[in-house]
Design a protein around this ligand. Structure first.
Ligand code: ATP
Ligand code: NI
Length: 455
């Protein structure tokens, strides 16, 4: 697997918060989560039913409908081709970081924010500055240590507060990599992104295929929309795509209807349709759940092959830890709207830290000594309908103690060997005493450690 190391991730999710406002309550379906996807890698999102996986995917795609809304944070998609195309189409809503840098002095801007009472914790994610007040930190220091740059100011949208943009922008351009923020993009921009930048496949292939058109015609339509192909050119490309996803006898099957395809073949057709958009990121929401185990394995194999060929990044959603082990490079574990553990896949399986992850791993068939007595975590995921001032997993947690009911755990580093492993649990960091760890989380929670920058 070739994971290209570039400064900018392909996708950066920062403090994303999506809620559903029902008559009865506000459901915080995605509650302030942070993660990144690099080019060409597979990031798994795992968690039980109701943990917020699908809402995360739909938030990225700009597909949240009323009564739901993205209420905070950002989703930055950084593929150059998409950024260029959108910047050309929406020039008035594009901000150029390099231009801003020429026009303004970052130090002065930071000082102005300090004067308005903005704390370093809100300006930077840098741990060294998290819990310090503006009185303890000066602008020069932040700039010198690269803890705040023009890019951070733009990303965190202080530009509007500073009056250097109108705050209407959702496209950021820069020599060293720009991005499009899908949470602030209008519908016509989102359609352009969904067309070429990010494609999504769902659990049930039937809902994604129209029963009244042949499979071939539906792929051709995608090719016409996203690549401008028509006629025999489109026909040839359609057959090539069907062959790419290993549909046998593609020349004949191109003119068949979805109901003539088996479940596995339909899912292959859906993947072909997603590929017709030439996406850079493919979001798969439980694409194999409805399939039997053998077919499931074939589809996973297919996705991995395609990924290698096309240098495609994949975000793979599943509740199945076994599937995660097969396909993911890095894993995000979600629980009740929150991201509670994050690690490279080998590290997560060898060294799960959060009691919830440990529970999920114990429930994989074959990992227990006694296979018949499959252990699952007792109870259900609670509906996240209030602000977490406690640990949402505590009621089901075998390791819960008093403080879990009154202190909300933040994600902290949990590994000596990799900086890439975090968990949100009061038991960590485990090089601290329990009391100190709890105190640490209490301060992180109060100190706005995640830099929640928007309402
Ligand atoms: N349209 C909606 N209206 C109200 N609440 C919703 C809506 N969509 C999702 N939710 C709530 O958001 C939370 C997260 O749902 P989500 O579908 O993201 O879970 P999931 O992790 O994808 O679960 P599954 O594995 O079952 O697909 C749940 O509490 C769910 O009830
Ligand atoms: Ni789901």
């Amino acid at each position: 697997m070739s994971v290209q190391i570039t400064e900018q991730p392909l996708l950066a999710i920062e403090n994303l918060q999506t809620s559903f406002f029902t008559d009865k309550e506000t459901i915080r379906a995605v509650d302030t989560i942070n993660f990144e996807i690099q080019r060409g890698e597979t990031v798994g999102i795992v968690g039980e039913s109701g943990s917020g996986k699908s809402v995360t995917a739909r938030s990225i795609m700009g597909l949240i409908d009323s009564p739901g809304r993205v209420v905070g944070g950002s989703v930055r998609f950084g593929h150059e081709r998409t950024v260029e195309r959108l910047a050309n189409r929406f020039p008035k809503r594009t901000v150029d970081i390099d231009e801003l840098r020429n026009e303004h002095d970052v130090e002065t801007l930071i000082e102005r924010l300090f004067d308005q009472g903005v704390s370093p914790a809100k300006l930077t994610n840098d741990k060294d500055y998290r819990n310090r007040s503006t009185a303890d930190v000066d602008a020069v220091e932040l700039v010198r240590e690269n803890a705040v740059t023009m890019r951070t100011l733009v990303e965190r949208r202080f530009t509007e507060q500073l009056g250097i943009t109108d705050g209407n922008d959702f496209i950021v351009r820069s020599e060293d990599g720009g991005y499009v923020d899908t949470t602030h993009a209008p519908e016509d921009a989102l359609r352009m992104i969904r067309g070429n930048g990010i494609a999504m496949i769902f659990q049930d292939p039937l809902t994604s295929l129209n029963p009244v058109y042949t499979v071939g015609n539906q792929i051709k339509e995608a090719l016409r929309l996203h690549q401008g192909l028509r006629g025999s050119e489109a026909h040839k490309e359609t057959i090539r795509l069907l062959e790419d996803v290993s549909i046998p006898d593609a020349r004949r099957r191109v003119s068949e209807y979805p109901h003539e395809f088996s479940g596995g073949m339909r899912q292959r057709a859906i993947i072909a349709m997603a590929l017709a958009c030439k996406p850079d990121l493919l979001i798969c929401d439980e694409p194999t759940t409805a399939l039997d185990v053998t077919i499931q394995a074939q589809i996973l194999e297919l996705l991995m092959d395609i990924q290698e060929e096309r240098d495609l990044a994949i975000m793979f959603i599943t509740h199945d830890m076994g599937v995660i082990a097969e396909i993911a490079d890095r894993v995000n574990v979600m629980y009740a709207g929150e991201l509670i553990e994050k690690a490279p896949v080998e590290e997560l399986f060898a060294n799960p830290k959060h009691p919830y992850t440990q529970g999920l791993l114990e429930s994989i068939p074959g990992r227990n000594t006694d296979e018949d007595r499959l252990r699952t975590i007792e109870g259900d995921v609670p509906t996240p309908n209030e602000e977490p001032t406690y640990c949402r997993f505590a009621p089901r947690c075998p390791k819960a103690f008093d403080a879990c009911d009154t202190v909300h755990p933040s994600n902290v580093d949990v590994s000596e060997t990799t900086a890439d492993h975090t968990a949100a649990c009061l038991l960590y960091p485990d090089n601290m005493s329990k009391e100190d760890a709890v105190e640490h989380h209490r301060t992180l929670g109060n100190g706005d450690a995640n830099g929640g920058d928007q309402q």
